[in-house]
Write a protein that binds this ligand. Structure first.
Ligand code: 13P
Ligand code: SF4
Length: 338
């Protein structure tokens, strides 16, 4: 079976598990138990992002935002990291901890930001602005990280941008909304890559304004990947972790949440008595506030990737070493952030 799987994956035009029907996969509680057994058998750790489907969040050893998960990946002494998030996050785990086997339930779990920002494009921008420093959001692939001076996540971006030499302009990639927000917050001159998150750009300012009118006691909280008109309405803007903490600690009892809906799973656990209302998107007919890349991962695929140790993240060592530098620079500058 292992060889069949290997051949099947290697022959796919884009690598990933596509036909689950070919495999005997346990169901219900047996599936959960099978994953726990594999974890023990393989000395594996399951890392999951807050945007993952609820059942994956519930089975994870560590649940976190991209910064917290990168730190966990770096520190783990498990032999295998089953990374339940998107591809760039699993790649970051491999960059930080190359001797571990890193597997991802579905390699098609991409990201609109990462997919739209190439190292070549970033290098061209650098040629046009030779004095600029390149600060890149962690939502990018390993080659793009390797072409950057420093990496940031949504939870440390402001602190890192503030720490960069004041006499250098900053190229910020790939998220223009986060970049615009940071430039406004820090007063720094920033040249922005033209990228955006398909989830956060889907929120409708008009429909959210109506939600606020319908819920006059509610507070709107938003991730800075959202567009400026939505951010202008927000009572609080913060990273995934900051939004979680805010809902838990603020006295308000009703929140409209403008970020990926998976976060509500953990918010409900931390603030069970508060009312959490997903912010509305432009297209009434779509689940656009769910990241379909993140939701490609399922318990069934997690089971398969742990059982067969595939698909595995592999990386050219030269690229890995180049990408490691700006990630380490980020970790050093954000030690004080939880
Ligand atoms: P965090 O850095 O907050 O985990 O966010 C990752 C992400 O993909 C946001 O859309
Ligand atoms: Fe990428 Fe947006 Fe999905 Fe985050 S929510 S992984 S930024 S597409």
């Amino acid at each position: 079976m292992e060889n069949t799987l290997n051949t099947a994956i290697n022959n796919m035009p884009v690598k990933g598990f596509l036909d689950l029907k070919e495999f005997a996969i346990p169901t219900g509680d047996d599936l959960v138990q099978a994953i726990l057994d594999l974890k023990k058998e393989k000395n594996a750790v399951i890392l999951a992002h807050y945007y993952q489907p609820g059942p994956i969040q519930d089975i994870a050893d560590f649940l976190g935002d991209s910064l917290q998960l990168a730190r966990q990946a770096k520190e783990t002494d498990a032999d295998m990291i089953a990374f339940c998030g998107v591809h760039f996050m699993a790649e970051a785990a491999k960059i930080l901890n190359p001797t571990k086997k890193v597997v991802l339930p579905d390699t098609l779990a991409g990201c609109s930001l990462a997919d739209g920002c190439s190292a070549e494009g970033l290098n061209k921008m650098r040629e046009q602005h030779p004095n600029a420093l390149v600060a890149t959001y962690i939502n990018c692939n390993a080659e793009t990280k390797a072409a950057s001076d420093i990496i940031v996540t949504s939870s440390n971006a402001e602190q890192i941008i503030e720490a960069l030499p004041k006499d250098r302009p900053i190229i910020f990639a790939p998220d223009k909304n986060l970049g615009r927000y940071l430039s406004k917050k820090t007063g720094r001159d920033m040249i922005l890559w033209d990228g955006s998150c398909i989830v956060h750009e889907a929120f409708s300012m008009e429909r959210i304004a109506q939600q606020l009118a319908d819920h006059p006691n509610a507070k709107l909280i938003a991730h800075p990947e959202s567009e400026t008109p939505v951010l202008e309405l927000a009572h609080f803007i913060g990273s995934t972790s900051a939004l979680l903490n805010y809902v838990e600690q603020d006295d308000c009892q009703q929140f409209i949440i403008a970020t990926e809906e998976g976060i509500l799973h953990e918010m409900r656990k931390r603030a069970p008595h508060k009312e959490l209302i997903p912010a509305l998107v432009f297209d009434e007919s779509c689940n656009c506030s769910e990241c379909f890349y993140m939701k490609r991962n399922t318990l069934e695929k997690l089971y398969l990737c742990m059982k067969y140790e595939l698909p595995e993240i592999k990386m050219d060592e030269e690229i890995r070493l180049k990408a490691l530098k700006p990630i380490e620079a980020m970790l050093e500058l954000s030690k004080s952030i939880k």
